[in-house]
Design a protein around this ligand. Structure first.
Ligand code: FES
Length: 529
């Protein structure tokens, strides 16, 4: 009997099961829902999902699934035993994902280009996990519609490194990644124009911000230089091309992508700098977008420096035992009043909890620290009545327990360590940027948190675990999808595009791994404050 890991998308939940279990068994064990009207006999055809790698289709698969979908790896979950580590995408869950679309709009700071009467454009935030598109009238900058979707490349890996590896190692891997995302962008644009009632021939421009890997994969550029030190982008300058050139169905659209500052500081960071005018600030502002790679920008009264901190996927739940993405069923906030009683939890969609998303992961560690369940080295104490010793994962704190099924959602010692490493990377990056500019923490006027994670976390908890430098709570501003706001400015204004094109030369990039003090500052940052 062999055990294999199944990772479910888009939730990111994972489970280790033996090879006698079917995928439907795994789904039930982990508490996810997939229609299975026939109870697993292979007759209803309801339990379809995408399996990667996909096993040979059975005769039941062939009865219920069109041949084109079979070629895409769609199979019946009840008809296949888990024979290898597999990604399983449950398609109908997509609509439940909590995707950050809003940002603090400063679009009125940019004057729309003239000569665009009755023309429309789309600003696209091409994220590693999600895509967000905004339809705007180009003559006024008025937003008419928006749409969000899961990045279909997610089945090839959750972080940029696994996508880069897939593109390099697999024959036609880069092409496959490009085609997947182009198909999704086409679908998003179609949906935007159809629901807005505008003619597609009125679409004249598309601006796209994304990290360097998403940018290169979209353009079909060589990603090998992003996969090895010194992690240089193959394309650094802004790109002006057409829908036809990149393979979009909307061939007439002019497509603009801003420059990449470094291998892991791309056009999404350019969008963030632009939307918050960090280049124009008369204050000391630290801008942080926490993701698998945390991009950190320091504006010392308009003088820009930046770095990328390899936080890893802990805050996205990927290395946390019960971690999942922010979608229905995810615990999003936790508060511990008494270390011996059940904590208060908030669950997205007010349904039965299935796992823990990033904002709650930060809450849990902060609350465990404040209530004495972990000490400041991060060690879980056994004194709480809710801490038990798990055979596989060591001391674990029980968040939720279903007394009928005995199913638990807990947070274990390894989870705490993963969070400590992730937050230390971000904190060390911020500390080094400040140090390089000769600034102290108490000189920071504001800390801007951008992106989904930065928007949904409680700033108190982020301060509580030492994810952020110790500033006063009121100095922390959550700015939402700042990259998307930047994409809108780049869409409507040639002045914004001109300003953005200078960011590469105006922004000092600091390579953390090569910095003399990084290791010692990182190690010091691992403790909980
Ligand atoms: S549960 Fe009915 S076909 Fe799988």
């Amino acid at each position: 009997m062999k055990k294999h890991i199944v990772i479910f998308e888009p939730s990111g939940l994972r489970i280790s099961v033996d090879d006698r279990s079917t995928f439907l068994d795994a789904i039930r064990m982990i508490g996810l829902h997939l229609p299975s009207d026939c109870g697993g006999r292979g007759t209803c055809g309801k339990c379809s999902l995408v399996l990667e790698p996909s096993p040979e289709p059975t005769s039941e698969d062939a009865k219920h699934i069109p041949s084109e979908d079979l070629r895409r790896g769609i199979r019946l979950a009840c008809q296949h035993h888990v024979q290898s580590d597999t990604r399983a995408v449950i398609p109908h869950v997509r609509k439940d994902m909590k995707i950050l679309t809003h940002g603090v709009s400063r679009l009125d700071e940019w004057v729309p280009d003239s000569g665009n009467e009755e023309k429309f454009g789309i600003a696209l935030d091409l994220g590693t996990t999600t895509l967000v598109g905004y339809l705007l009238a180009l003559d006024s900058g008025t937003q008419m519609n928006q749409i969000a979707s899961l990045n279909p490349q997610v089945v090839f890996g959750e972080d940029v490194m696994s996508r880069i590896t897939y593109a390099i190692r697999e024959h036609d891997g880069a092409l496959e990644l490009k085609e997947r995302v182009i198909t999704e962008i086409n679908a998003m644009i179609n949906s935007l124009v159809e629901t807005s009632g505008i003619r597609s021939d009125r679409l004249s421009r598309l601006s796209i911000v994304g990290n360097t890997a998403m940018h290169h994969l979209l353009l079909g550029a060589d990603v090998r230089s992003l996969g090895a030190a010194p992690y240089e982008p193959a394309i650094r300058n802004s790109v002006l091309t057409s829908g036809y050139e990149i393979g979009l169905a909307f061939e007439q659209m002019q497509v603009y992508l801003p420059p990449n500052i470094a291998g892991f500081v791309g056009g999404d960071t350019v969008g963030f700098i632009l939307s918050e005018r960090l280049d124009f600030s008369d204050q000391i502002v630290l801008g942080i977008d926490v993701g698998t790679n945390g991009e950190i920008v320091l504006s010392n009264r308009g003088v820009l420096s930046c770095c990328s901190a390899a936080a890893g996927p802990a805050f996205e739940g990927a290395t946390i035992r019960y971690g999942m993405r922010g979608q229905e069923g995810a615990i999003e906030h936790v508060s511990i009043e008494d270390p011996n009683s059940a904590p208060e939890i908030a669950v997205i969609g007010n349904v039965e909890p299935q796992g823990i998303c990033g904002s709650a992961i930060v809450d849990i560690v902060a609350e465990m620290k404040w209530s004495g369940i972990v000490d400041n080295t991060g060690r879980i104490q056994s004194s709480s009545a809710r801490v038990y010793n798990d055979d596989d994962f060591g001391l674990s704190y029980v968040l939720v327990e279903d007394k009928t099924t005995s199913r638990k959602i807990s947070f274990n010692q390894k989870d705490v360590r993963q969070v400590q490493l992730a937050k230390a990377a971000i904190n060390a990056g911020a500390t080094i940027l400040l140090q390089e500019e000769g600034l102290k923490t108490n000189e920071i006027d504001s800390v801007m948190l951008a992106g989904a994670f930065g928007s949904y976390i409680r700033p108190e908890s982020a301060l509580g675990i030492g994810l952020l430098p110790p500033v006063k709570r009121e100095r922390i501003i959550q700015v939402g999808n700042a990259a998307g706001e930047g994409a809108k400015a780049l869409l409507i204004s040639s002045k914004a595009r001109e300003v953005a094109s200078n960011f590469v030369s105006k922004t000092r990039y600091i390579e953390l791994a090569a910095h003399d003090d990084f290791q010692s500052i990182f190690l010091k940052s691992i403790h909980l404050p």
